[in-house]
Design a protein around this ligand. Structure first.
Ligand SMILES: Cc1ncc(COP(=O)(O)O)c(C=O)c1O
Length: 367
């Protein structure tokens, strides 16, 4: 048996005809970059996030970078964020010469611990960047309370959480702006790299639009130095087709998570926590597992794929040594990196396969 963490062949099978047609239409149109399909996608993704603007760009990593640039963040500035995320969360900050101030995570949700945010804020803090890791919204109200009356915007790293919600509000609408990734393995994945910034702030959106085309304010006039980070029509066309299926896929991911919640109860695994007032799109179903690496090998022998997100917390990455963090400084992130294991919950996995995964885990622990 083969149970995959990601299976894009099967995901695309039903949509393939429509995707071929959509891509052929792009070819025939001769408009390849930032055209009508990108504009339609921007509107649709903004609507999913409950905000008025989407600004398509080349990747989720660039969406983070552009969001920080749109706030004029640079050398001498600090951004508070989490050490337990994908690399781009922290590299977006260092790339523009600002300093990441890393705050440990809440061990239940793996998100930035709001209790620690207040202590991390200084007069140089220019943004707080929570990550809705694995699809579970960070506690943004508590982060706002920690920020208090200071004028420090929240930039959401929503790369893993398009369609999740927090207290009835869509992820992407919880701060000044949010970064979305359409990396192929995301719950809404392109057929290459793609990303988007979403925001309700007109001026912010206008700045981000300039920054993605080299800071151009009018043709060949540059107010600032930006990037070349444009979204292309082929990606937008593919994403528009896949967007029609996203809500159903997200619902199936949640059903699969609910199945595991039931089937794995009573095992030594610590199961994922989604706060009552949140809905997660379950980008990953992440458990904490005793003897994690042995379990992973045991499942791999049985054809069951699992993932470790993330094996090295960002403050322990060699390239961030200059930040001066030591082992033990952010203990919850370090512990999580040793314990977490993602189980397959993609919509393409069958119930029979879920049952086999649960059975294999029970057998491993002799439960
Ligand atoms: C939490 C997080 N932030 C940022 C990114 C960067 O997105 P991309 O791969 O589209 O550049 C990703 C995804 O890869 C991510 O998971």
């Amino acid at each position: 048996m083969n149970v995959a963490l990601v299976d894009l062949h099967r995901q695309h099978a039903e949509l393939l005809e429509r995707m071929h047609t959509a891509i052929r239409e792009v070819l025939e149109s001769g408009a390849f970059i930032l055209g009508p399909r990108v504009r339609e996608l921007e509107e649709r993704i903004a609507a999913v996030c409950g905000v008025s603007h989407g600004v398509g760009c080349a990747s989720g990593s660039d969406a983070l970078l552009l969001a920080l640039l749109a706030l004029d963040i640079g050398p001498g500035d600090e951004v508070v964020t989490t050490p337990f995320s994908f690399f781009a969360t922290v590299s977006a900050i260092t790339r523009i010469g600002a300093k990441p101030v890393l705050v440990d995570i809440d061990p239940a949700t793996y998100a930035l611990d709001p209790k620690l945010v207040e202590k991390a804020i200084t007069e140089r803090t220019r943004a707080v960047m929570p990550v809705h890791l694995f699809g579970v919204p960070a506690d943004v109200d508590a982060i706002e309370a920690a920020i208090g009356s200071r004028d420090i915007p929240i930039i959401e790293d929503a790369a893993q959480a398009l369609g999740s919600s927090y207290k009835g509000r869509a992820v992407g609408s919880l701060g000044r702006a949010a970064a979305i990734s359409f990396y192929p393995t995301k719950n809404l994945g392109a057929i290459g790299d793609a990303g988007m910034i979403v925001t309700d702030d007109d001026a912010f959106a206008a700045r981000a639009r300039q920054l993605r085309v080299h800071g151009e304010s009018e043709r060949y006039r540059h107010e600032r130095v930006g990037l070349n980070s444009r979204l292309d029509e082929v990606q937008a066309a593919a994403l528009l087709v896949k967007l029609t299926a996203m809500d159903d896929w997200n619902a199936v991911r949640r059903e699969h998570a609910a199945y595991f919640d039931d089937a794995l109860r009573g095992t030594p695994l610590e199961l994922p926590v989604v706060p009552d007032d949140c809905v997660s799109i379950v980008h990953h179903y992440v458990v904490r597992a005793p003897r994690r690496d042995e379990l992973r090998a045991y499942l791999a022998e049985r054809g069951i794929a699992t993932g470790i997100y993330y094996p090295i917390p960002l403050h322990r990455q060699p390239c961030f040594e200059f930040l001066g963090y030591r082992e033990g400084d952010l203990p919850e992130a370090e512990r999580a990196s040793l314990e977490v294991l993602a189980l397959p919950v993609i919509p393409e996995v069958t119930e029979e396969q879920l049952a086999e995964v649960a059975e294999a885990i029970r057998a491993f622990y002799g439960a």
